[in-house]
Write a protein that binds this ligand. Structure first.
Ligand code: ZN
Ligand code: ZN
Length: 358
């Protein structure tokens, strides 16, 4: 279905609106195909992309095929003024805006410029439009995740005592970019030894030592779409406790993958994996949610977490990433990005999840 039809039937009709203003950069890109800055104004009759001269040409190329008219705003006639002029000339008054994206000060400016119009918060409406991925989107996400697989295979020989976390981080990022990544989907995490007990550790000058867990969480962008994967290895021979922690996280991850299917809530999938970790004696050592959606943005809704009531649908992309983190000892996380299918899910990552001892 065309974007204009989806906006009309899924948003304008349902919310009783005449138009919506789109300011979130990921919704902007999703709807228009352009990654320029500015705003979209979508009405029942027309699609407008309002940007400045830095982006006008690129925006015309990217968004014209979807039916957008590109308007260049200037210092004399700024962005919000253009929006007000169009709304007034078309006689439109009920306007949706992205309350999840606009700052309080930006919202105030909109209310001043759009004086007299009714502004209606859209909540997660546009975000949830993005949740079910098309075949074309899944191809990009799968390609992005496969670049991560190649990078992981290529960096294994470099993980050895004496190498710093920062050096390993640079190596992972280099491998992703040399294999087709156009950028990173988030700051790469390399956490070794006791640092691996910090889920979002910032890589530092610490040298990798024999006996360390090394957790690597990394992702790239391919044609705008993000990837996300985590693997944990041991440098040297794993201790019995390291093996127990690793095998518990792996069992939880496999159980999570097994539970992920249409019709179950994010909370239900989270609970299946969390129970395995709790019952193995690590209750309280898995502080974050089990996973999150991925698409044009790295952390999308819906999530796999104890508070997620929304039900899974075929075409969702979710990560499944349980972990155990023990202060003073270290931690393990294993993460695959998956597509929810008609009867289950399919992992887009193919790197081995057996414990690798280097
Ligand atoms: Zn990750
Ligand atoms: Zn993740």
């Amino acid at each position: 279905m065309k974007i204009s039809e989806r906006i009309e039937t899924e948003i304008l009709d349902v919310e009783g609106l005449d138009a919506i203003i789109v300011t979130d950069p990921y919704n902007f890109r999703y709807l228009s195909g352009s990654d320029s800055e500015g705003a979209l104004l979508l009405t029942r009759e027309s699609l407008y992309l309002i940007t400045d001269s830095r982006y006008t040409l690129a925006a015309k190329k990217a968004a014209s095929p979807a039916g957008f008219q590109v308007i260049e705003y200037t210092a004399q006639k700024p962005l919000k003024k253009n929006i007000a002029t169009i709304l007034k000339s078309e006689g439109l008054s009920a306007v949706g805006y992205e309350d999840g994206n606009l700052t309080v000060s930006e919202f105030k400016k909109y209310t001043e410029v759009l004086n007299g119009l009714t502004l209606h918060p859209l909540g997660d409406k546009l975000d949830m439009m993005r949740a079910v991925k098309t075949k074309e989107e899944i191809i990009c996400l799968e390609k992005a995740e496969s670049i991560g697989d190649i990078a992981f295979k290529n960096i294994l020989p470099y993980i050895k005592p004496g190498v710093t976390e920062l050096e390993l981080t640079a190596r992972i990022e280099f491998e992703m970019k040399m294999n087709g990544a156009e950028g990173l989907s988030f700051d790469t995490i390399v956490a070794s030894g006791i640092n691996s007990a910090i889920p979002h550790h910032r890589p530092c000058e610490k040298k990798i030592e024999k006996g360390d867990f090394v957790t690597m969480d990394f992702g790239c962008i391919y044609h705008g779409y993000c990837s996300d994967m985590t693997r944990t290895v041991v440098v040297g021979k794993a201790s019995d406790e390291q093996k127990k922690v690793y095998s518990t996280v792996l069992a939880a991850q496999l159980a999570g993958l097994n539970a992920l299917k249409p019709g179950v809530s994010g909370a239900q999938v989270d609970a299946v994996a969390r129970t395995i970790i709790d019952e193995a004696g690590y209750k309280g050592k898995f502080g974050h949610g089990l996973g999150h959606g991925v698409g044009l943005f790295i952390h999308e809704d819906p999530r796999l977490s104890p508070s997620e009531r929304r039900l899974m649908k075929a075409g969702y992309i979710e990560t499944v990433e349980p972990g155990i983190y023990i202060e003073g000892f270290g931690g393990v996380r294993i993460e695959d990005m998956c597509v929810v299918t008609e009867d289950g899910c399919r992992s887009l990552a193919h790197s081995s999840k057996e414990l690798i001892e280097l």
